[in-house]
Design a protein around this ligand. Structure first.
Ligand code: NOJ
Ligand code: CA
Length: 524
């Protein structure tokens, strides 16, 4: 690879802004808070931050319901605070990505207020309005991702509107060229201000079948899965026309520079995911690859999945990997504290851009939320099915103070109970901590071209061992991960006989011929 861009070499770090750092004691993180912690992120060794939505919002879905795409919510600060954060990032060589939420607005967005005002309002067609089905009732059987019908009745104008998520999040009509123009204008607004790109919320949802046919039932559905899985989202998502929109967005970004990056949030099987790189014309630079979040943690499964993903990438398509985000259980809860370290080594040694979820670097696990403190609308609508996202959105812990250095007020969600020891300050001073492991992994990844741009090659393995090579020019590296909690033998391939152990998730005393329980090794 001759000239990789920063978003290929670098590592992205997701910040959930409500939970990163509070600067004014209201218990909610904000932009000034993020700015105050940038040096800690530089010390960790990341290259870019992606900040979940910071725009004015009634917060029905904590910012994923946007009421003004070109402003800053006062809870997070002001436009001056934003400009200051962006300048502070750039002064440190960090990139800043925003979260673009194009599928739906808030029901408080002025566009929706106009759209619902009357059937002949010029913005009526900016959203998806339909008459009731014959005999009354919703126009079809589509189900909201947060449970219940995806159609909301509007008494005043006698039609239903469509919302893939909450009724407070009406879906925009992306078949209307005025919507396309207005929303591309939003991208330009932020790109003109200097942002380095966007994570695009639910990109695959943006266009629906023009005729709104019923979705087929899901034969595998059980009530415990949550209502959204009752039907297959065949006609409500991933329609061919979405690719035209993704191309339009890419043209806007490319009009600035190849360094402005678009990352699409897309939960689809790999074959369909690949289409979002663009066939014929480029679409998003990185369609998020969530397989490490979804797959069972078994060496054989992961080995196959990585090889299949590599094989499925289109020519020129750059891979990417994600271990956690603000919607899914945290790595430390899925794998346990020891295996979470192995997972970090996997994330940061695969080929392609990794995204780290804030807090994973201190081994933060899902935090139990007492019933009276639950705020996630998803949990409130479908309680007790394990859908609550509050546990993965809890405050970051910076020190052992009474509120972990996150705030001097009452945190909006509870802290983990071991914050006195599980915090950045404590872990920075401990070479054996998971924070230090992340820092060492990031440093090694930055230093070695084999890790940040090299090829990925499978290595024969058995049992709980997952092994692969990274190669760039003459540089060869070997990664060996024990995904189990028992020691495992490993047959070192001949070509790697001379390589030295550069890093172990378990510290000194590593022997590549016999991995300790829950041990990951990098040789080079
Ligand atoms: C995906 C986001 O990640 C999630 O948090 C949000 O609730 C939905 N999109 C709706 O915007
Ligand atoms: Ca605050």
């Amino acid at each position: 690879m001759s000239d990789p861009q920063w978003w290929q070499r670098g590592v992205i770090y997701q910040i959930y802004p409500r939970s990163f750092q509070d600067s004014n004691d209201d218990g909610i993180g904000d932009l000034k808070g993020i700015e105050a912690r940038l040096d800690a992120l530089v010390a960790l060794g990341i290259d870019a931050i992606w900040v979940s939505p910071i725009f004015p919002s009634p917060m029905a879905d904590f910012g994923y319901d946007v009421a003004d795409y070109c402003g800053i919510d006062s809870r997070f600060g002001t436009m001056d605070d934003f400009d200051s954060l962006l300048a502070a990032c750039h002064a440190r060589g960090l990139k800043l990505l925003l979260d673009f939420v194009p599928n739906h607005t808030s029901d408080q967005h002025p566009w929706f207020a106009e759209s619902r005002a009357s059937r002949d309002n010029p913005k009526r067609d900016w959203y998806l309005w339909r008459d009731p089905a014959p005999g009354g009732g919703p126009p079809n059987n589509w189900i909201s991702d947060f449970g219940g019908s995806a159609w909301e009745w509007d008494e005043a104008t006698g039609q239903f509107y469509y919302h893939a998520f909450l009724k407070e999040q009406p879906d925009l009509n992306w078949r209307n060229p005025e919507v396309v123009e207005a929303m591309l204008g939003v991208l330009r607004f932020w790109l003109d201000r200097g942002v380095d790109g966007f994570r695009i919320d639910v990109l695959w949802h943006m266009v629906k079948h023009a005729d709104f046919p019923d979705n087929p039932p899901n034969p595998a559905w059980t009530p415990a899965m949550g209502e959204m899985f009752r039907v297959l989202q065949l006609h409500s998502t991933d329609q061919p026309e979405v690719h035209g929109i993704a191309r339009d967005m890419r043209r806007v970004a490319d009009g600035y520079s190849p360094e402005r990056v678009l990352i699409g949030e897309i939960y689809l099987p790999v074959e369909r995911l690949m289409d979002y790189y663009g066939r014929g014309a480029p679409e998003v630079h990185l369609p998020f690859n969530f397989q490490l979040i979804e797959a069972p943690w078994k060496a054989e499964t992961l080995a196959r999945l990585i090889a299949d993903y590599e094989a499925a990438l289109p020519a020129g398509g750059w891979p990417n990997w994600v271990l956690g985000n603000h919607d899914r259980p945290r790595a430390a809860s899925r794998f346990g504290p020891e295996q979470a370290r192995v997972a970090a080594m996997l994330l940061l040694t695969l080929r392609g851009t990794p995204t780290i979820y804030y807090g994973d670097e201190i081994g933060l696990a899902d935090v139990p939320i007492p019933a009276e403190r639950v705020v996630d609308p998803r949990e409130l609508r479908e309680p007790g099915k394990g859908l609550n996202r509050d546990p993965v959105r809890t405050p970051m812990a910076w020190d052992d103070g009474d509120t972990a250095g996150f705030t001097r007020g009452e945190p909006w969600l509870p802290l983990h109970d071991d914050w006195r020891t599980r915090n950045v300050a404590a872990q920075r001073g401990d070479p054996g901590s998971i924070w230090s492991l992340y820092r060492d992994l990031l440093a090694l990844r930055r230093e070695r071209a084999a890790l940040h741009v090299g090829d990925w090659l499978p290595v024969e393995c058995a049992g709980d061992i997952l092994a692969y090579a990274r190669r760039h020019g003459d540089e060869r590296m070997l990664v060996v991960l024990n995904l189990g909690d028992r020691p495992q033998p490993f047959a070192i391939p001949e070509w790697a006989g001379e390589l030295a152990v550069l890093l172990s998730t378990r510290g000194a005393g590593a022997d590549p011929a016999r991995l300790r329980a829950d041990e990951g090794l990098i040789l080079g």
